[in-house]
Ligand binder design. Structure first.
Ligand SMILES: [Zn+2]
Length: 303
């Protein structure tokens, strides 16, 4: 485990409004989560960089639906070396998985991690919002560049019909995440033209967001970047990487495999072992448990 976190602030999500609500902004620091995810998945630097951008994007997306007690699942399926990436958000807890976390790519000519190469330049971004009431709400967009920032900006503009500016960044090397985070700015319907123009002028500040976040607090950055836009910080909430899997949930998943599969497992005489894709926790289920599942105890396990 790497313990070389230089900036002491914990991961968090900052909410603010600008010019009395003409625009709203969310900022996320996700350095610790990105380091934990890199450690859990034994990730290559390219994978860590991709996770270090996807995590803050999903945290901010989750921050928008939070008041509705929603659960969010974001899947990025591109044609890059990393394969499918999935991130789940529930409240302020996130979990993330990557299909090929060890796939490594050389840095780009500019010396950055090759996130687009890892994610893929074509593919899909799927967002599923589940509010525990009725059918989940699903939206799908095509990837724009695979850099993730542009892809999420496209998602907000198309699916949520809100002009949005998104910047995501991760600074990492040799297994160590120095900083990870992002910003999302949305123009509200009453946003005036001059506010929009003022916001567009800020774009160059965000180009290197991982370096900006590296040694400054989110609040300090927000007040600095938006000093002439009447920034009003509403709240700062903690963020954490925490999986919600459990032995019980895994047992149900095992039961859902069906009789044939369970009988096959029993015949091997060995424990059935399942690994969670998100936290890599492995759980073993012995023959007795498999027999109990077969005898129908799991049939009422529809969850
Ligand atoms: Zn798990």
């Amino acid at each position: 485990m790497t313990q070389s976190l230089i900036y002491p602030d914990p991961d968090s999500l900052l909410r603010l409004t600008l010019r009395k609500g003409q625009a709203r902004a969310l900022m996320a620091r996700s350095t610790r989560m990105a380091q934990q995810a890199a450690d859990i998945h034994r990730a290559s630097d390219a994978a860590a960089a991709a996770m270090g951008r996807l995590l803050p994007a999903c945290a901010m997306l989750g921050g928008l639906v939070k008041e509705e007690k929603g659960r969010l699942t974001v899947t990025v399926t591109g044609d890059g070396a990393g394969g499918r990436m999935t991130c789940g958000v529930s409240g302020n807890r996130l979990k993330i998985s990557v299909e090929n976390p060890q796939a490594e790519l050389p840095p780009t000519p500019e010396g950055r991690q090759d996130v687009a190469g890892f994610v893929g330049r074509s593919g899909r971004l799927v967002v599923v919002k589940d509010f525990n009431a009725g059918e989940p709400f699903t939206s799908v967009i095509n990837l724009v560049s695979g850099e993730l920032g542009e892809d999420f900006a496209h998602y907000f503009t198309i699916s949520e019909q809100t002009p949005s500016l998104v910047a995501l960044g991760c600074l990492n090397e040799a297994g160590t995440v120095l900083s990870s985070g992002g910003i999302l700015i949305q123009a509200m319907p009453q946003c005036q033209e001059r506010t929009l123009r003022a916001l567009e002028l800020r774009i160059p500040f965000f180009a290197n967001i991982s370096r900006e976040i590296y040694d400054r607090s989110l609040k300090e950055l927000a007040l600095d970047w938006f000093s002439d836009l009447e920034p009003d910080v509403l709240a700062e909430e903690p963020l954490a990487l925490r999986c919600d899997c459990s032995r019980e949930r895994m047992r149900k998943a095992l039961g859902a495999l069906g009789r044939e599969e369970l009988e096959k497992m029993l015949r091997t005489g060995e424990d059935a072992r399942l690994t969670c894709h998100f936290c890599r926790t492995e759980r073993a289920f012995g023959p007795e448990e498999l027999r109990a599942l077969l005898s129908g105890e799991a049939t009422d396990g529809a969850d």
